[in-house]
Design a protein around this ligand. Structure first.
Ligand code: HEM
Length: 427
């Protein structure tokens, strides 16, 4: 992976060598996720709509502008939401074409009227009743994973690997009729999807990921074929059934929905769970408040979504010549909406850099987007996070972070995910 700092550094020195004024990006590095927040503050203050020539995107950083763009789907389409940020190499494309890779976005990059038609069918599957039915299994699964972690003889664990990876992955795989033994395989495919779409891979680095995407897509096609031949009590079988009673959704579209859900349905929730535990344990007093009063866990979930969102930037494309906050945006321009910055906009959130369980408007964060594409799985994600925090507080109220300053976040344009959450406890 190319380090974005190196890219920016060389661009600056090339400018300097040519005697030109270096471009001021206000510290913003598109793929750098360790601590992007100071650069967000600088952007909001100095360049709320900035063209970034390194990635060819307009970067929008203020809450009001971001919400308005999300809301105006007639002017700003989501059709680039799943486009690779870096062009796919010829070798990767050949692997994908030869492997029959024709996956398209489930919903997020589709536009009306196609999006409206498909969303109205798919969202019927995301009911509070269905979530409620999952709750006991998720709770029991969480308790089991926690017990396994807490049995470690050295009283040391990685909350991400030991708990946060499995919970949402098993849940979404189960909803789609896939067994838990497939978790490592789907994790591998999802990592490839994140890297191939939102990452900064060299041509050579793309090759193994291209093979993984082919396997992933063929598995989605197989799920739909199996639902036709075997039926079953899962979301894919349901979509095939409604297709039989007049719902306008094709097999390819159902497979694309699987392709989306088998990624969107766990990656970001694993990050949410990891971040909730990480941020709470970094604020021991607030952790103790939750231990004393678990009824405040939903507030902790919302404040984590605001303070440390799983997705810090999401994309739109201008369909016509337009403007954002007085900056002209040409037709066809790519736009990156920094929700991670919106969530810390002092115009909306008082003392935004402070993590505060008592924040009255935390739930106004934009971490699930806004408007017609608003995240379909938001309730499922929040429910799972709440259950994990409840069970953790019961099983390990003495949990502590080990060396929080060493926790790193992988390079990516959109997803800000810690690579580990090392914890310890009283043996
Ligand atoms: C913390 C967890 C999650 C976060 C932060 C998150 C975030 C997002 C964001 C930012 C969008 C785009 C919204 C827009 O363009 O306006 C989105 C869309 C979507 N999400 Fe999530 N998501 C999460 C969990 C889930 C889960 C668990 C599922 C499914 C089980 C899911 C399914 C979807 C779908 C299907 C869409 C596309 C909706 C559409 O275009 O109509 N997400 N999500």
């Amino acid at each position: 992976m190319t380090a974005s700092t190196t890219t920016a550094g060389s661009a600056h020195s090339a400018d300097a060598a040519a005697g030109q004024c270096p471009v001021n990006h206000h510290g913003f590095e598109p793929f750098e996720m360790n601590d992007p927040f100071p650069s967000y503050a600088a952007l909001r203050e100095n360049a709320p709509v900035m063209f970034d020539e390194r990635i060819n995107y307009y970067i929008v950083s203020r809450y009001g502008d971001i919400k308005a763009v999300f809301d105006d789907w007639q002017t700003f389409s989501s059709e680039n939401a799943q486009a690779p940020v870096r062009a796919r190499s010829a070798a990767a494309l050949k692997i994908m074409n030869d492997g029959g890779f024709t996956a398209y976005s489930g919903l997020s990059a589709r536009i009306p009227p196609e999006h409206t038609r498909m969303r109205s069918i798919v969202q019927k599957e995301f009911t509070p009743r269905r979530y409620k039915a999952l709750e006991p299994t998720i709770r029991e699964h969480t308790a089991r994973l926690l017990a396994q972690m807490l049995a470690h003889p050295d009283a040391m664990g990685d909350f991400l690997a030991d708990v946060a990876v499995d919970i949402p992955t098993v849940t979404i795989l189960g909803l789609l009729g896939v067994g838990p033994e497939m978790v490592p395989t789907y994790k591998k495919w999802s990592d490839s999807r994140a890297a191939m779409t939102w990452g900064d891979l060299s041509d050579e680095e793309q090759i193994p990921h291209a093979h993984n995407l082919v396997d992933y897509w063929n598995e989605c096609l197989r799920l739909v074929a199996d639902a036709h031949s075997l039926g079953g009590d899962n979301l894919v079988a349901d979509l095939v059934r409604v297709q039989g009673v007049g719902a306008e959704i094709s097999d390819h579209e159902i497979a694309s929905v699987c392709y989306s859900l088998l990624f969107a349905g766990h990656e970001t929730t694993t990050t949410l769970i990891s971040n909730t535990i990480r941020v709470l344990l970094s604020h021991p007093q607030q952790w103790q408040q939750l231990v004393a009063d678990p009824s405040r866990i939903p507030a902790a979930v919302e404040e984590t979504l605001r303070f440390s969102p799983s997705i810090v930037g999401w994309r739109r494309k201008a369909l016509v010549d337009t403007e954002i906050a007085g900056t002209a945006i040409p037709q066809g321009a790519n736009i990156l909406l920094l929700m991670g910055s919106a969530n810390r906009d002092p115009e909306i959130f008082e003392e935004p850099e402070v993590f505060d369980l008592n924040r009255p408007n935390a739930r106004n964060h934009l971490s699930f987007g806004f408007g017609i594409h608003y995240c379909l799985g938001n309730m499922l994600a929040k429910m799972q996070d709440k259950i994990v925090v409840e069970e953790t507080i019961k099983a390990a109220p003495q949990l502590r972070l080990i060396n929080p300053e060493t926790i790193a976040f992988g390079e990516n344009l959109s997803f800000r995910a810690p690579t580990s959450v090392p914890v310890t406890w009283e043996a």
